[in-house]
Design a protein around this ligand. Structure first.
Ligand SMILES: C[S@@+](CC[C@H](N)C(=O)[O-])C[C@H]1O[C@@H](n2cnc3c(N)ncnc32)[C@H](O)[C@@H]1O
Length: 286
């Protein structure tokens, strides 16, 4: 809930601290800016110009919920949560550790991590309102924020033990600003070969070559690798319904004609083995 993490949040206009007012119906900053808390429990923290785009639609979020709740990506969620647990053992001391997930979607990863780490608190940030509605219900120690991860984050400087990003946008300069000195960004990026068995039959987008190297290079002014990237790869047995949900939650959902996709899904075998493949990257302040 937002009252668990309000001390981590900041006014998107000037980064001054926020406090709950009117029984947390609003968050108000030291400079007097006021942000209404939606009845579903999330808050939108955007400066006057508002948000530039919408993020995932309700349909994409529902597909994501369907796919993830069946445990198909369990090795991904376990790897991310375990690495975060390793980091906070070092960073947090007697404090309750704070984990910020950028592009948190339904909150599947963050909720799992909060379950694993006793007393930890989570900020789930996403630009999508349907995502934020899910996030607000995902875990009692999670606060949901609608904000743009590519802008200045509405988060206090040096307040976060670990920033996590799973298949979502990254903002290295802002991650470095919000992290505690020995904190880390734990980032999962799709690797070449991810969902490969589906690409030709469905005509879905591929993962471009050199993605990890480019990410590390682009972040290097602010963040530096802690270790080599860790490859996480495993086979999934997916039925047609799960494959439809996987496609529905991905950017391919926006690129494919619905009728064409439906026909291609019908042409697939009832069950098939599909590879999940990603690189886990750990970065600390440069
Ligand atoms: C591929 S989904 C991943 C969601 C979640 N991390 C997961 O793996 O289940 C990408 C998420 O990033 C969000 N997103 C896209 N652009 C964003 C931005 N500029 N700022 C914050 N979130 C953004 C989308 O709304 C979506 O929920």
């Amino acid at each position: 809930m937002l009252n668990d993490i309000v001390d981590v949040l900041a006014d998107p206009v000037d980064l001054t601290p926020l406090r709950g007012e009117d029984d947390f119906a609003r968050l108000v900053s030291e400079t007097g800016h006021s942000y209404d808390v939606a009845k579903q429990g999330y808050v939108t923290l955007a400066s006057g110009k508002g948000l530039n785009h919408e993020g995932d639609s309700l349909e994409m979020i529902n597909s994501r919920e369907t796919f993830l709740s069946n445990g198909h990506f369990a090795p991904f969620v376990e790897a991310v949560s375990d690495r975060v647990a390793d980091v906070v053992e070092r960073t947090s001391g007697d404090r309750d550790p704070v984990i910020l997930e950028a592009g948190a979607g339904t909150g599947y990863y963050l909720a799992h991590t909060l379950d694993l780490i006793e007393g930890s608190r989570g900020v789930g940030l996403d630009i999508s309102v349907p995502a934020a509605k899910h996030l607000a219900k995902a875990h009692p120690r999670l606060g949901a924020v609608v904000a743009d991860a590519w802008e200045q984050l509405p988060v206090r400087t040096g307040s976060v033990d670990v920033v996590t990003v799973v298949f979502a946008p990254r903002n290295p300069s802002e991650f470095a600003r919000v992290l505690v000195d020995d904190g880390e960004a734990v980032i999962l990026v799709a690797d070449q070969g991810h969902l490969d068995e589906l690409r030709d039959p469905l005509g879905i987008l591929g993962v471009e070559d050199g993605k990890v190297e480019r990410l590390v290079d682009q972040a290097s002014q602010w963040l530096t690798p802690v270790c080599d990237p860790e490859l996480i790869s495993f086979p999934m047995q997916l039925g047609r319904g799960a494959i439809a949900a996987q496609v529905g939650m991905s950017p391919s959902a926006r690129h494919l004609d619905a009728d064409v996709l439906k026909q291609r899904l019908e042409d697939l075998p009832e069950q098939m083995e599909v590879t999940a493949r990603a690189q886990l990257i750990r970065l600390r302040k440069a």
